[in-house]
Design a protein around this ligand. Structure first.
Ligand code: HGY
Ligand code: MN
Ligand code: MN
Length: 414
């Protein structure tokens, strides 16, 4: 393997992908089932074909490349990440892992070494859940966990459902279950990803070996009050949805801090209706994103939110809905594959350390049922989900070397 070739191609491809954004100059916004997603997928498909792979887009919108092995009946070795992004996000989250997977395919092909199994590179369509508030749509569909009813249920803030968006994108949501792979057909899943946190960068470590991924629960809460005149309505006659909602929201961060084990909880979105400065709010919508390595902590915080909503909405004579968007438990990653990667790091004298992932990934969904491993590369200043997100191409190249050696080991097995 020649590092300058790997570095050159990874840099070329990621630089090219930066243009596929709805917010040029203000970070990467590449939401699922949009024209930006379509343009990125077409470029990824071209790269996969040029790497000698059989390429197809599946019924969920994932882009899949297959580098054939001698016995395609054996469970494949799959590697990938997501090509979608958050709004005004960075140029490396997800997409760096897709490019890494395609470069691993090139390295495997150029090595001429025997491959008994198929190597499959995947770009997943909607890991973030940014548009519809969910998450892991593409990887979930690959596991058979998404159906047409799911697609009808979730809508974006313009009221467009996943179902409608898929149709507009050229996919038939009635066939989304065709994206599922037969049970046992995927032997291992590998994912390279930016850390999105400060640990590796602060320590000056080149490679992160991820041993577990936090569990996540996501909710959209709607608090209902009553619209009234802000000037003439006495304080004891109001049904102020903002008062009730903020009394709950303000408690959530401390409930997470009390766990004192890295548990986090975030309200990232809030909207008041009708939203006038001289109108008592009739309705408040807000999101909750709770994460922990300890699933009991997540359940406890969700329970405390419900109890507080009961109390605070009763106090204003209002009501609420707490719509579950995502519930996924923590996952421990493959110790066997981590060991193989650790040996590679030692052989190449790459500095490395084990660490958990506080971010969710397609590996969180896939790792529930398939042996899975992740490798992290440093995020400059730990920043991510923002335009300043940055990772050195040389670090992505090193991850590519480690992942190529892991893939080659797995592909050589009967
Ligand atoms: O939200 C996350 O943790 C990931 O970036 N989807
Ligand atoms: Mn990601
Ligand atoms: Mn992300």
């Amino acid at each position: 393997m020649y590092m300058e070739d790997i570095l050159g191609r990874v840099a070329r491809d990621l630089e090219h992908l930066k243009q596929f954004t709805a917010t040029p100059g203000e970070g990467c916004t590449r939401l699922p089932f949009t024209k930006e997603a379509r343009a990125a997928v077409e470029f990824l498909a071209e790269l996969m074909r040029d790497a000698g792979m059989e390429v197809r887009e599946d019924a969920a919108g994932n882009i899949i490349g297959v580098l054939a092995g001698e016995n395609p009946e054996l469970p494949c070795v799959m590697m990938g990440s997501h090509y979608d992004s958050v709004v005004n996000g960075g140029d490396y989250d997800g997409i760096a892992g897709v490019i890494c997977a395609i470069e691993v395919a090139r390295q495997l092909k150029e090595s001429g070494l025997q491959r008994k199994r198929n190597f499959v590179a995947v770009g997943f369509c909607d890991e973030e859940g940014m548009r519809f508030g969910t998450g892991y749509f593409g990887s979930g569909a690959m596991l058979g966990n998404r159906d047409p009813d799911y697609c009808r249920r979730f809508r974006d803030t313009d009221g467009i459902s996943i179902y409608d968006a898929m149709q507009g994108y050229g996919l038939d949501p009635e066939r989304v279950q065709e994206a599922a792979w037969p049970e046992g057909s995927i032997g291992h899943f590998l994912e390279a990803h930016i850390e999105q946190g400060p640990v590796l960068d602060a320590a000056g470590t080149e490679i992160g070996l991820v041993d577990c991924i936090v569990g996540i629960q996501r909710y959209m809460v709607t608090v209902y009050g009553r619209a009234d005149h802000a000037g003439t309505t006495p304080m004891d006659m109001r049904m102020d949805a903002v008062e009730a909602a903020t009394k709950v929201i303000s408690k959530i961060p401390d409930w997470a801090r009390e766990k004192a084990d890295g548990t986090v909880a975030t309200t990232g979105y809030m909207k008041t209706t009708p939203g006038g400065m001289n109108i008592v709010a009739e309705k408040v919508e807000f999101t909750v994103d709770i994460r922990s390595k300890n699933n009991d902590n997540i359940n406890d915080i969700a329970h405390r939110i419900r109890a507080a909503l009961d109390r605070e909405t009763a106090a204003i004579g209002g009501s609420y809905e707490m719509d579950t968007k995502l519930v996924i438990t923590p996952v421990n990653l493959s110790q066997e594959m981590l060991q193989i990667m650790e040996e590679s790091c030692k052989a190449h004298a790459y500095s490395y350390q084990y660490l958990p992932s506080g971010a969710g990934h397609d590996s969180l969904e896939i790792g529930q049922v398939i042996p899975t491993v992740m490798v992290f590369v440093p995020s400059k200043d730990g920043r991510s989900h923002c335009p300043v997100e940055f990772t050195k191409y040389s670090d992505i190249a090193k991850a590519t070397v480690i992942m190529t050696e892991l893939a080659q080991e797995l592909l050589s097995r009967d």
